[in-house]
Design a protein around this ligand. Sequence first.
Ligand code: GTP
Ligand code: MG
Length: 326
Amino acid sequence: MSREKEKTITETGVSSIREIPGLNPGMAEKLEAAGYVSPWTLVVAKPEEVSEKTGIPLVTVQKIIENARRLLGIRFKTAKEVKQERMNIGKLTTGSKALDELLGGGIETKTITEFYGEYGSGKTQICHQLSVNVQLPPERGGLSGRAVYIDTEGTFRWERIEAMARALGLDPDVVMDNIYYIRAYNSDHQMSIVDELFSLIPKNNAKLVAIDSVTSHFRAEYPGREHLAERQQKLNAHLHQLLRLAEAYNIAVVVTNQVMARPDVFYGDPTTAVGGHVLAHVPGVRVHLKKARGNKRVARVVDAPHLPEGEAVFAITEEGIRDAEE
Ligand code: GTP
Ligand code: MG
């Protein structure tokens, strides 16, 4: 990736919150400690949340955010400028042309993509594959960036990364060096990791954050119907935090979510009945994965008016995610 592109967070050339007019060093320190390291992280943040996390009074925070907006030149734009910004959105290949096409050319940056499906449907394999693919240059479908892999279930396998890297003709050691792995031990830990990413990502040119799975801790900690509202509220906050991360740094965020198939449901989609997808209240792309014969899997994009309807068949092979052979 060119230096130009790498500057996404600092398109205006501004990279430190210390450049915000009227911000004293004491406040800057508090903001940085809370993860607001660039003016972009501030302009996309909720003032109430910033105030809560830093102890800076709300009115002051609002003023700071206003100044940050001005500094970054956030204002009315012409349609042509909007077009240029859209063209800035990166696309990351899944390894399968059919699946890429279904997604409108690949996994997009600046948004969250959720893969949901039952056990063995390929969610974890896709996360592994994307962590490798993101390192490819754009002409090969990558984003020339590093990957952050947040594992909540302990199913990450470096051996798989090695095999996938080899299959693409990449040096496995280099590829593994470029994947930052962390095991999240509970939902609070998971959320605090994302806070940390606001400073880790720009420093390390990460272009993908994969969370496998985004829901398991929340489900375990808030079980049953009586905790459903609380669980969804926490999960929504987490997903919004991830969306801000995706937008602020022009990265791809991929989350997985296990849902159980319900053989007793004959009409409609048998998997949305239990658990369902979690992105209902957050903008993003939802992809349902279904097992098919052998190593084949069927993907379907749900609730995406901007993408064509239909299904894509792909395969999980020794080399990784690929098109299914006829
Ligand atoms: P849960 O986490 O249990 O919900 O499942 P998942 O959706 O994450 O499934 P996962 O991505 O783990 O897919 C599992 C499938 O991938 C297995 O059924 C295997 O068919 C395939 N798979 C996993 N590892 C390998 C491997 O090393 N080689 C090959 N060829 N296939 C593999
Ligand atoms: Mg899995």
